[in-house]
Design a protein. Structure first.
Lengths: 285, 122
């Protein structure tokens, strides 16, 4: 089963939760889709690393074949092409690699070349296969990397945890597209609730089954809990606002591998999530 | 010689537009005949690449110079490829800039910015 972990706001605990659930499972994949700033690997310290470059297709023209008809330019919605002094200029950072210009060119003057935008790192950390998407600094879109890292055969693993980027933009949509279940992580602040609402709307739009994990829980009223009650969102679990958890986590230590207390906590949470996913697959196959 | 200036409105009282790629109009001015023509900038509402599209228009228009307060790097690449010189405007008045250009008092635009792309700008 593929379980995406997301939150509107950054710093709510997506990585902490997905890393620990992956560690608590018997055998799992952990996929870091936060390609602009992947940090799950800092916790797992994966071994036997294999790196693979990720490229996108960028057009270039053969000036001898190009007759300057500009059909490619008229087609390009992103204005990535210009034609000056009998030469086609390609703005690589503006291009979205749709391939339309080369398909459309009546003179077959446009060819494609690879442009490296980042890499994928695969490694092993005990029971967890760690897959990390890394987007090169300055690149506009990490979606090609996410497409690559989610295209895995997870059949031999019981669990695949997808650590999503923060927010609810297209890169998050790409990350949850094939997920069987979405866990929304929320923190007890009003700002947190505002962004929690954004991902709540997103998972509903995508018709994904979902539940919430309330992180950093304090005594007293929790705005995220109130929100869950109002919207009828199932609360899968609560993680306390705790100095020990904060200290271990900020030292890039995996709670579930540190002591039995946390191992039990995340195992129990995993059990609840698993039942939810199975229940969803039975009722909404 | 014909020159281009990004402007806010289609009238002689208009001011120089602070943006090149997203200016509403361009004034095409002929320094010999003193003829002024206003043209729509079809790139103004582009989702992206407005500078490139606007620069393509300027390159195709056959002007020899562009007078603008600022210019992004993509637009500048197109304009420079077309061998059009980019001058920096001194204020937002059309006539002041045309006069300064005619007297050879306009400096070349040196700071080419990396584009704002939805992040605002000063």
């Amino acid at each position: 089963m593929k379980i995406a972990v997301l939150s509107g706001k950054g710093g709510t605990g997506k990585t902490m939760l997905s890393v620990n659930l992956a560690a608590a499972a018997k055998k799992s994949n952990y996929i870091d889709c936060d390609v602009e700033e992947p940090n799950g690997h800092l916790f797992f310290q994966p071994k036997e690393l294999v790196m693979e470059g990720i490229s996108v297709k960028i057009p270039y023209a053969d000036d001898n074949l190009c007759n300057g008809c500009r059909k490619c330019m008229d087609f390009c919605r992103f204005n990535a092409l210009a034609y000056v002094k009998d030469k086609l200029i390609v703005f690589e950072e503006v291009c979205h690699s749709c391939g339309g210009c080369s398909l459309l060119c009546p003179e077959r003057a446009i060819f494609e070349k690879d442009r490296l935008i980042g890499q994928v790192q695969r490694g092993i950390s005990d029971n967890v296969t760690v897959i990390t998407g890394i987007l090169n600094t300055g690149e506009v879109s990490g979606i090609p990397i996410i497409k690559n890292i989610l295209n895995i055969d997870g059949a031999e693993k019981d669990y695949t945890f997808i650590d999503c980027p923060p927010g609810s933009s297209c890169i998050v949509m790409e990350s949850i597209k094939d997920a069987d279940y979405c866990i929304l992580v929320a923190e007890p602040t009003l700002f947190g609730v505002h962004n929690f609402n954004m991902v709540y709307e997103l998972v509903r739009l995508f018709n994904k089954p979902y539940g919430a994990v309330l992180n950093k829980c304090l005594e007293g009223e929790n705005p995220s809990e109130v929100f869950c009650r109002e919207k009828g969102i199932k609360i899968l679990g609560r993680i306390p606002f705790d100095k020990e958890i904060g200290t271990l986590n900020s030292n890039a230590l995996i709670l579930a591998r540190q002591n039995k207390k946390y191992k039990d906590m995340f195992s129990a949470l995993l059990q609840i999530v698993t039942e939810e996913v199975r229940h969803e697959t039975v009722t909404n196959p | 010689m014909r020159i281009a200036i990004p402007v806010d409105e289609k009238s002689l009282e208009t001011s120089v537009c602070v943006s090149f790629g997203r200016a509403s109009y361009f004034l095409i001015y002929d320094t010999d005949s003193r003829e002024k023509v206003f043209v729509d900038n079809s790139a103004a509402y582009s989702q992206g690449g407005a500078g490139i599209k606007a620069a393509q228009y300027i390159a195709d228009s056959g002007v020899s110079a562009l007078l603008t307060p600022r210019c992004g790097e993509n637009a500048a690449e197109v304009i420079e490829a077309a061998k059009i010189k980019i001058y920096k405007t001194i204020n937002d008045s059309i006539s002041d800039n045309i006069n300064a250009f005619n007297e050879g008092k306009l400096a070349m635009l040196k700071e080419i910015h990396a584009g704002f792309h939805g992040h605002g700008g000063k």
